[in-house]
Design a protein around this ligand. Structure first.
Ligand code: ZN
Length: 302
């Protein structure tokens, strides 16, 4: 899930992750996937370019520094509530605090987000995909102002700001990427690409985005033998909704089968080979175990 155009710039190795769901994929699946891939690797340019944006208002908290514009001032208390709950959810899940401080940038509009992206990739006409709402990486979370979601995101977006539950999950998901990015041994793009199924699946699972509906989708795909044969195949499968659900269920399978301590131990590993070795299985054995777990509804109860 890495974009070669971005990788070729040989930036300092910071990886960003994009979370999204695309609902209307019927005919334009591939054309939507392309811009998805185009934003998956971004350096920690936000800190470097923060001064270029309209005047930031800054608040420093225990875990993070919040950067936002006057346009979001009235919403900051609510944003911080989402952030506090997301941080608490992640720390409760992993049983430890965030390793490092991080930054939260809230862009007042897509243009200001894109302005930074354009500088990073040296493409003055670059525009972020219309469904993009947030990016999380080891350095922090970069958020298009939720006030702009109704105006500046297309129907492929994951949620509206009005849906507070989904907004919370989106932010918690990005904060999982932060925790993971701060824990993994090497978060350079090629390493993250190798474990993208685990990285995204973990964020989906921790954020509570794998519900009964999503589990049912995975089970139906398994019963129809409509699931890629390998982990990289899952991470790059065409159906984005199903892809995220499958990846989330892989993380759930690890958690329920091997335990939270084992799952947490995997966070520092930066290769699929190491993850599977740590679990003591081959890829085929892991896939078989996951399928059995999912089809026998072991994942349904908690
Ligand atoms: Zn994600």
């Amino acid at each position: 899930m890495l974009d070669s155009r971005l990788l070729s710039r040989r930036w300092k190795a910071h990886t960003a992750w994009v979370f999204h769901f695309v609902r209307s994929l019927r005919t334009r699946q591939r054309s939507i996937l392309r811009p998805l891939a185009a934003l998956l690797v971004i350096t920690s340019f936000f800190a470097a370019h923060a001064a270029d944006n309209p005047p930031w208002l800054v608040q420093t908290r225990a875990n993070y520094t919040l950067h936002y514009s006057a346009a979001d001032q009235t919403q900051v208390a609510e944003y911080e509530s989402f952030l506090a709950k997301g941080i608490a959810a992640n720390e409760a899940f992993f049983g430890s605090t965030y390793p490092k401080q991080f930054d939260i940038y809230i862009y007042q509009d897509r243009a200001s987000l894109d302005t930074d992206l354009q500088k990073v990739i040296h493409e003055p006409n670059y525009k972020s995909p219309c469904w993009l709402q947030a990016i999380g990486d080891s350095e922090g979370v970069h958020l298009l102002s939720p006030l702009r979601w109704d105006v500046e995101t297309c129907e492929g977006r994951y949620t509206t700001y009005a849906d507070k539950q989904k907004t919370q999950k989106l932010i918690t998901h990005e904060l999982t990427h932060v925790f993971h990015g701060q824990t993994i041994r090497d978060h350079s793009p090629d390493r993250m690409k190798d474990i993208s199924w685990f990285e995204e699946g973990l964020a989906v699972y921790v954020a509570g985005q794998l519900g009964p509906f999503e589990i049912h989708d995975v089970q139906a795909a398994l019963q129809a033998h409509n699931v890629p044969g390998g982990l990289h195949g899952i991470a790059t499968s065409d159906s984005i909704l199903l892809r995220y659900s499958m990846m989330g269920s892989l993380a759930m399978y690890i958690d329920r089968t091997y335990g939270r301590a084992k799952l947490k131990g995997l966070l520092q590993l930066d290769s699929q080979k190491e993850i599977l070795s740590s679990l003591g299985v081959t890829e085929l054995q892991f896939m078989d175990g996951w399928k059995h777990f999912m089809l026998n509804s072991a994942g349904m109860s908690r």
